[in-house]
Design a protein around this ligand. Sequence first.
Ligand code: DGL
Length: 276
Amino acid sequence: MLPSSPGPIGVFDSGYGGLTILKEIRKTLPEYDYMYLGDNARAPYGTRSFDVVYEFTLEAVKSLFERGCHLVILACNTASAKALRSIQQKDLPELDADRRVLGVVIPTVEALGSITKNGNIGVLGTPGTISSGTYDIEIAKFFPQFRTVSVECPMWVPLVENREFDSPGADYFVEKYVEELFGQEPEIDTVILGCTHYPLLLEKIEKQVAGRARIITQGELVAMSLKDYLSRHPEMDQKCTRGGTCTYLTTENPAKFTELAEIFLKSPLSATHVTL
Ligand code: DGL
């Protein structure tokens, strides 16, 4: 039996990357309580199969529901791309039809209409996100006239997680993937950073893109979309507590989580270990 009293908004990621989303959500909606869960012990998800990402994400969502969340944001592109639809359609009706799980892909895609001028969109993401075709499918649904090209960037998450995002080695891989993208379509005017880790490489990506396109990061878009969602769904808004707190949960060693998490959040925090 899931707890029925109001609770924090759950924010889930495979590891640290979702902290870039959480940071923007808390800037936009500071009054709510949040519970962040990073499945660091099993990250990265980006190279895992559809079935495994779905199974792990569902376990995380159930855990956040059991800890009192009524609304969970999948602040992970790979989980949003591979697990969200199945969870929404198959699992939520059985778990609790009144709880909600939202992702990061739709808020990003929705924003394209007011950003692109020529409809040529480039997407950079993990192998899992790109091979799922989720961005191509959702962009085609919202904007059938747009053309989407994408590139898998398998080295960018490891560069960030190993604190090499500022190193000269990172320049090589930033150039490689950005040029692969523009090699497919030189007229791209909008580039989606479709992975929560990529904001940490933003300076280098901007330098490489060199004014050829506008670069979209997701934190602000997801935050604005959540704000809009809560204003349109007062029944859910009432189930989200307001105390301005944030609890951090990790499936890894909390001390290890805290160390790298501070790089993403740029402020100190303390975390608790959980098993899923
Ligand atoms: N959070 C993941 C994403 O946005 C990146 C890290 C991972 O591969 O687990 O796709």
